[in-house]
Write a protein that binds this ligand. Structure first.
Ligand SMILES: Nc1nc(=O)c2c([nH]1)NC[C@@H]1CN(c3ccc(C(=O)N[C@@H](CCC(=O)O)C(=O)O)cc3)C=[N+]21
Ligand SMILES: [Mg+2]
Length: 343
């Protein structure tokens, strides 16, 4: 054990030297994939009164999945190996079960082997960590995802910190987050939802450098990493949160808005600068007797109003959600490529 250079931060007071190397070694920046020839068309500015271009997350996620599937086939032919993703689900939340089932299906569709562990709500932290350790030591597993939220008696940071950072395809390990926050440093993995937002901006040709961006929400899994990614892409970034005095006024300055707060229809037309690009991460259930499930999903953004003012907007569903899963598959492939030294 060696002393870390972070004084006063208890969590990082003692860290193994191999981890220390990983923090301070400058990991090469991820290679930018070229925009494929079958890519979505570049956005054109819309006239006032016209409606915004729809940023189609379903379409882009399909493109990403096709690219991932093709690379996996090539890797399998060359190395004999396929990527493996392990998902750990604790408890029996219906929404979490649905997400995990969808992830499993998505893995199968692209050729990723999936592993699943289901633990009861009253499982102990130690049990969860035991399973994580097993997957850490299993060379056929390249990605480990602990479905969130965890039951309340568990310490999220302890559990996420037990994942080998080289298999942390969610990008939630404190060391991967730390590197995301550092200048000229790169994490081994970027969290899937904010990465999906950036991928949408990239594939739709939205310029980020020098632009004003506002992120609404500061969660560990979306808002905070989204703000860091936008800043790394050279935007000027503000974060609007529950204590912000004038959220509407600040958001109206933005060329790019990413909203991730979980409040249905919070962002009204009056919050948006004409021509801005709006990425809606919210997935909020609202009662709807006509829908087969008894509810439907709406975003944080009042689509009716904002789509008349923005130049581009993601729908809910069919926007960021499908991209989250596509980025998870892409991160898992990247991890396997690193493990087998396959370029
Ligand atoms: N360790 C961990 N990693 C996660 O990435 C993670 C998590 N925990 N916990 C929950 C959130 C949420 N999340 C979504 C994934 C896909 C859709 C998605 O595909 N949504 C579809 C619709 C889904 C529907 O219709 O029910 C859409 O927006 O079009 C949404 C949300 C991943 N999360
Ligand atoms: Mg994620």
């Amino acid at each position: 054990m060696i002393r870390s250079r972070f004084s006063g931060t208890d969590d990082l007071e003692f860290i193994p030297s191999c981890v220390y190397d990983l923090i301070f070694r400058c990991h090469p920046p991820p290679s930018r994939q070229p925009i494929p020839s079958n890519s979505v068309p570049t956005l054109a500015a819309t006239d006032s009164g016209a409606s915004a271009k729809v940023i189609d997350g379903k379409l882009v996620s399909k493109q990403v999945k096709d690219e991932v599937a093709e690379e996996i086939a090539t890797m399998k032919a060359a190395t004999g190996h396929v990527p493996g993703l392990a998902v750990i689900l604790v408890g029996s939340r219906k929404d979490s079960q649905t997400y995990v089932r969808n992830k499993k299906k998505a893995c199968e569709a692209v050729g990723i082997k999936s592993f699943e562990v289901n633990l009861p709500e009253d499982a102990t932290e130690e049990e969860v960590i035991e399973h994580i350790s097993e997957f850490n030591n299993d060379s056929s597993v390249h990605g480990i995802l602990v479905q969130l939220p965890l039951p309340r008696h568990m310490n999220e940071e302890t559990i996420l910190g037990a994942v080998n950072i080289e298999k942390d395809v969610d990008g939630f390990h404190p060391l991967n987050i730390g590197r995301l926050a550092m200048q000229r440093r790169y994490p081994l993995f970027v969290p899937c939802t904010p990465k999906g937002c950036m991928e949408l901006l990239h594939r739709y040709g939205v310029e980020i450098k020098g632009k004003r961006a506002v992120v609404i929400g500061r969660s560990n899994i979306v808002g905070m990493p989204a703000a860091l990614l936008l800043q790394k892409a050279n935007a000027t970034v503000s974060i609007v949160h529950s204590n912000t005095k004038n959220p509407e006024e600040i958001t109206r300055q933005a060329d790019i808005v990413i909203s991730a707060v979980g409040v249905a229809n919070l962002v009204r037309g009056s919050w948006i600068k004409p021509g801005a690009t709006v990425i809606d991460v919210g997935i909020n259930p609202v009662d709807d007797a006509e829908s087969p499930r008894g509810y439907r999903l709406v975003g944080d953004v009042c689509y009716e109003e904002v789509s008349k003012i923005a130049s581009a907007i993601t729908p809910v569903p069919g926007g960021v959600g499908p991209m989250t899963i596509a980025m998870l598959l892409s991160n898992t492939l990247e991890s396997a490529k690193r493990a087998y030294n396959f370029k």
